[in-house]
Design a binder for this molecule. Structure first.
Ligand code: GYE
Length: 324
């Protein structure tokens, strides 16, 4: 199978007349970043965070006059792999992508490396044994975000909580890492326990559906807290709670991650208690890295996005400043 993939890629390269980048890492774009073409494979449009992230990337490319070939994978890894192969065939100068899950990227990243095209990872990380398969990873520290949610909750509840958890896409970096950081932060509190945990795939519809099933379970009344790996799932869960006759934010304390406008509105209405910020506006940092790579400058291997924590006391003041 592997052989076929490599052969296929070689054929595509031959057909596209590509080969000038052989030797690894040498980029073309003789006119510098302005004449560069960047292929970007986005995960999908699953959340308000993602929509803001896509906009930030498109806006920044336009602003800098860089040609962007944008492809939406509808949350499917196979679609992303297809998009990456088509970027090789189109002989782009830089490939950037936000990997939906962490594993399974090695073969396609090898093909890209053989074509001599530099790779920038944005938002989510990959699990590969060879770090030379990408130039840099620009994204948030998801473990720290999980820790921040756990710490806030421990303070808010005095270390007592029966927690229902809405997990993100299984196998994705933010789902794995946010869970890890959260569990680490609550580990020192024996009366804080996760009693339910299920994936809501980072979407509002799935978050609502899973919360409905949590609330129908025989032990539903024991739930005192909801920890959602993103705001969209929390917003769906809020709807499920209201339909079940509960007061979200009062009967069940809710903490989530992202910091999108909808979360601030829910906090201002007293329905959500806290959101940990995850900044999607990474377009400027992405194209700084693109220009750095094309200009053969040193680009750090890891670029962390800056973010904060907001609870109801800060929500009203922050709301007018939210750009996403
Ligand atoms: O939290 C979620 C989105 O990867 C950080 O993906 C991103 C996550 C974000 O769908 O809303």
């Amino acid at each position: 199978m592997k052989k076929f993939i490599v052969l296929g890629a070689t054929l595509l390269l031959a057909l596209s007349g590509c080969g000038k980048k052989e030797g690894g890492g040498e980029t073309a774009a003789p006119g510098g970043a302005k004449s560069a073409t960047v292929g970007f494979s986005q995960i999908g449009a699953e959340s308000a965070w993602r929509t803001a992230n896509t906009q930030s990337i498109k806006d920044e490319a336009q602003k800098r006059g860089i040609k962007l070939i944008f492809s939406d994978a509808q949350q499917k890894q196979e679609n992303q792999i297809k998009a990456l192969r088509s970027f090789i065939a189109q002989n782009v100068d830089v490939i950037a992508f936000s990997p939906v899950v962490e594993t399974g990227w090695e073969p396609v990243l090898q093909e890209i490396k053989q074509a001599g095209i530099p790779v920038i990872l944005t938002d989510r990380a990959v699990d590969v044994s060879d770090p030379s398969l990408y130039a840099t990873f620009i994204g948030s520290d998801f473990v720290e975000e999980g820790r921040r949610a756990g710490k806030w909750l421990a303070e808010k509840t005095g270390g007592k909580a029966q927690i229902a958890e809405l997990v993100g896409t299984p196998g994705s970096a933010p789902a794995v890492d946010r869970k890890k950081g959260f569990e680490e932060a609550i580990a020192k509190y024996p009366d804080m326990k996760i009693i339910k945990s299920q994936s809501g795939d980072f979407t509002r519809a799935k978050g609502k559906e899973v919360m409905e099933s949590f609330l129908k379970a025989p032990d539903a009344k024991q739930i005192t807290v909801l920890f959602a790996h993103n705001d969209d799932m929390a917003l769906g869960a809020i709807q499920a709670m209201e339909e079940a006759g509960l007061k979200p934010g009062v009967d069940i304390t809710i903490v989530s991650i992202d910091g999108v406008k909808g979360a601030f509105e829910a906090m201002a209405a007293g329905k959500l208690n806290c959101t940990v910020e995850c900044n999607p506006m990474i377009g400027p940092q992405l194209f700084d890295a693109v220009e750095g790579i094309i200009g053969k400058k040193d680009v750090p291997k890891r670029i962390v996005v800056q973010e904060g924590v907001f609870d109801q006391s800060k929500a009203a003041a922050e709301l007018p400043n939210r750009k996403y």
